[in-house]
Write a protein that binds this ligand. Structure first.
Ligand code: COA
Length: 260
């Protein structure tokens, strides 16, 4: 895999995926999206990785959107193909089966905000700015923004952000539930790492089943979601990790999960 626009490192069961186009504020051009997909496909297949931390290089931008240069000559058909391509990469992240923590280190605009929305947890640095400024270009969000932002922060706030194109700062993003935490920029990766380490110390089967159940909440009715939860709960009960976790509690010792 080319590592030109996406850098991937791994340490202690954590994969660090960094978008690396600093001169374009990490805007997502076609090559970057392909590399992003390849990086997450490899992580999905890698049993040594439990959690992913996704960030942008530098101190100014997570991702400043889709590369606007590549939007210039689209029509209804090619525009739809572009949106579907971006949506597919972001859905791959959302359905990875492993938690992805977005460490939002600056601008998260347009496709950048949508990328953060596809992650399971968002931790923002104090300088982060979120926005869906597509209307300023005469277009609308195409990588899931109208859907995931609305589900996450509610229709009123999502509508305001999408129709005005205004940016909101990290504190406002926290206030409306768009991000889980806000920390000073120098503490961003450390904070994400602490959460990643905590998650990777759990049973990874239970983590995967939890993510599957949580993702269903956006897709199905409450009654169907509860049904799916019960089925997934049942699956979790027959895992080796459930036997170990429950036995460890009863024997007053730490569990030794084997992720099976
Ligand atoms: N696509 C392509 N290039 C982008 C980009 C994007 N989404 N966002 C930033 N860049 C490029 C700029 O064109 C500039 O490139 P250049 O030096 O070759 O001219 C470089 O990144 C630095 O950006 P610049 O605008 O000079 O930085 P700034 O600090 O003055 O402004 C922003 C930062 C984020 C406010 C501004 O770049 C911006 O509005 N970007 C577009 C955001 C957007 O609309 N995203 C949604 C796209 S659908």
């Amino acid at each position: 895999m080319s590592d030109q626009n996406i850098l991937v490192e791994s340490k202690n069961r954590i994969a660090y995926v960094t978008i690396n186009r600093p001169d374009k504020l990490n805007a997502l051009n076609a090559v970057t999206k392909v590399e992003l997909r390849e990086a997450f496909e490899a992580i999905a297949d890698n049993p040594e990785i439990s959690v992913v931390i996704l960030t942008g290089i530098g101190e100014k931008s997570f991702v400043a959107g889709t590369d606007i240069k590549e939007l210039a000559d689209l029509d209804a058909k090619t525009g739809k193909v572009l949106a579907e391509g971006g949506q597919a990469v972001f859905s791959l992240i959302e359905n990875l089966g492993k938690p992805v923590i977005a460490a939002v280190n600056g601008f998260a605009l347009g496709g950048g905000c949508e990328l953060a929305l596809a992650c399971h947890v968002r931790i923002a640095s104090e300088n982060a700015k979120f926005g869906q400024p597509e209307v300023n270009l005469g277009i609308i969000p195409g990588y899931g923004g109208t859907q995931r932002l609305t589900r996450l922060v509610g229709k009123a706030k999502a509508t305001e952000m999408i129709l005005t194109g205004d940016f909101i700062d990290a504190q406002e993003a926290y206030r409306i539930g768009l991000v889980n935490r806000v920390v000073p920029l120098p503490e961003l990766i450390k904070t994400a790492e602490e959460m990643a380490q905590k998650i990777s110390s759990k049973s990874q089967v239970a983590i995967r089943l939890s993510l599957t159940a949580i993702n269903a909440a956006d897709e199905v009715s409450l009654s169907e979601g509860l049904e799916r939860e019960a089925t997934l709960f049942g699956k979790s009960c027959e895992t080796a990790d459930a036997k170990e976790g429950i036995a460890a509690f009863l024997e007053k010792r730490k569990p030794n999960f084997t992720n099976k």
